[in-house]
Design a protein around this ligand. Structure first.
Ligand SMILES: [Cu+2]
Length: 241
């Protein structure tokens, strides 16, 4: 049954899966029990020759039981979900690893700070549908949208968050293994919605550093090629931690 969901590769995927299966079990068992009783009673008390219908006002004790027991389950599940929710959504861990993801019809623009350590500056490293992150490090992702509502979905990380025009929404993840994973859009956002697909590559931290430095060097070289003098001072600066 566990094979239902894709492999979980974030630090919080286990607690989300646990909640998912717990809710599935509770509601699944409740569903089966009530359906069996419904069909059994419909069969047992079906119309038959010689049997008269009786009028009953119901049974207060039974009604109290089948109201209180599910209510208690819902409150229990609510408290459990609240713990998981607040540990994932309630706070973003302190981290120096930050990327901005901007959704638009129909691609994901991934933006890294570049050498100056600040977003939305000329030295930003920008890729399309190609996101790379280090393993075992918390990463903050700032989500934005240029046009309509999209939904940033990393199934293996159990991360799904709407990207809403006009807002910057912060989410985070910490990958537990290296590999390539799908970035999907989970909000019907237009004709090209199906093609809105990216790849998240989780690398070892040193491989990630190397890749990012190469990208930064590429941006600097491109700027130099356009006639803008390469900022020599920035070259000497230590890269952002
Ligand atoms: Cu979309």
């Amino acid at each position: 049954m566990r094979s239902w969901l894709p492999e979980g590769v974030s630090t919080y995927s286990g607690s989300i899966d646990h909640m998912f299966y717990m809710i599935l079990w509770v509601t699944g068992i409740g569903f089966i029990v009530t359906e069996v009783v419904l069909f059994a009673f419909a069969f047992m008390y079906r119309s038959r020759p010689g049997r008269r219908a009786t009028y009953t006002h119901g049974n207060s004790k039974l009604e109290i039981i089948w109201t209180v027991v599910p209510a208690a389950f819902f409150v229990f599940l609510g408290f459990m979900s609240q713990n998981v929710w607040s540990s994932i959504k309630g706070h973003v861990p302190h981290t120096d690893e930050e990327v901005t993801v901007t959704a638009s019809q129909f691609n994901w623009e991934i933006r890294y700070k570049g050498k100056d350590g600040a977003f939305d500056t000329p030295d930003d490293v920008v890729t399309s549908n190609d996101m790379r992150l280090p393993v075992d490090v918390p990463v903050k992702i700032r989500l934005r949208s240029k046009d309509v509502i999209h939904s940033f979905f990393l199934p293996q990380f159990r991360l799904k968050q709407d990207a809403v025009p006009g807002l910057t929404i912060e989410v985070w993840l910490q990958a537990t293994r290296t590999g390539e994973f799908e970035i999907a859009c989970a909000e019907l956002c237009g004709f090209g919605h199906y093609s809105m697909r990216g790849v998240l590559t989780v690398l070892k931290p040193e491989e990630y550093r190397t890749w990012l430095s190469e990208q930064e060097a590429g941006v600097t070289a491109a700027q130099a090629g356009q006639g803008a003098p390469a900022p020599a001072a920035a070259e000497a600066k230590a890269p952002p931690a």
